[in-house]
Design a binder for this molecule. Structure first.
Ligand SMILES: [Zn+2]
Ligand SMILES: [Zn+2]
Length: 226
């Protein structure tokens, strides 16, 4: 009978062999299988991948992987508008674009964009560039994954992240390292927001105390006069 620790060691040995043949998998497979391969959270299941690799999944990623497997691969065909040839492509995993128009009429390949659904929890904030003017609800920090399989910009052919910082203003294309850089910048800004929040609470408390003192002084002054 095997213990969880022995399983984890056995998984690590299998993954070391897989990494020797597929060095690009190193960043993922060097995690112990007790952690989710994607985000490092505690794993609830360990599965064997197509290369024999052993990977852990947290509950959320296990659910997302199953949903993805149900819809992928999605392969379809279109006519290349440059040369009239038929081209078969396989969508980005999780692509929610319908591509109906691309299938129905000759299409320039570089116009094809696969993408995951925009963040369903996308939020807006009332923003203005002039305090005298009306506030407009703009989307902030909306994030999705895209691939432009025939883009002239090679980095766009691979799945990449698009961060919509503010309505229709984007940081893209981001690879995992690029996204991590952006996350770290935002995390630093969050720390600053928290620092300013504490400062505001402190300043307002001091301000309220000052008003009380003035009230107290006024009361006293009135009291002395009467
Ligand atoms: Zn996970
Ligand atoms: Zn697609």
């Amino acid at each position: 009978m095997s213990s969880p620790l022995i399983d984890v060691i056995a998984d690590a040995m299998i993954n070391r062999r897989v990494i020797e043949q597929h060095p690009k998998l190193q960043p993922l497979l060097s995690r112990p299988t007790s952690q989710c391969v994607y985000d490092g959270r505690p794993s609830v299941e360990v599965i064997t991948g197509p290369l024999g690799q052993r990977v852990g999944h947290c509950a959320e990623c296990a659910k997302a992987d199953k949903q993805l497997a149900a819809t992928w691969p999605r392969t379809w065909t279109f006519t290349n508008r440059h040369n009239g040839r038929r081209v078969t492509i396989t969508c980005l995993p999780g692509c929610t674009a319908s591509h109906e128009r691309h299938m129905a009429t000759p299409t320039f390949p570089e116009d094809i964009v696969c993408g995951t659904q925009s963040d369903p929890d996308a939020v807006t904030l009332p923003i203005t560039d002039d305090p005298e003017c009306e506030r407009v609800d703009y989307r902030v920090l909306n994030t999705f994954i895209e691939a432009n399989p025939f883009s002239q910009e090679v980095a766009r052919r691979l799945p990449h992240v698009v961060v919509e910082v503010l309505d229709e203003h984007y940081i893209e294309p981001l690879d995992p390292d690029g996204l991590e850089t952006v996350i770290n910048v935002f995390a630093g800004r969050l720390d600053e927001l928290r620092r300013v929040h504490a400062e505001l609470v402190r300043v307002r408390a001091a301000y309220a105390a000052r008003e009380t003192r003035i009230d107290g002084w006024v009361d006293q002054a009135v009291g002395t006069a009467s």
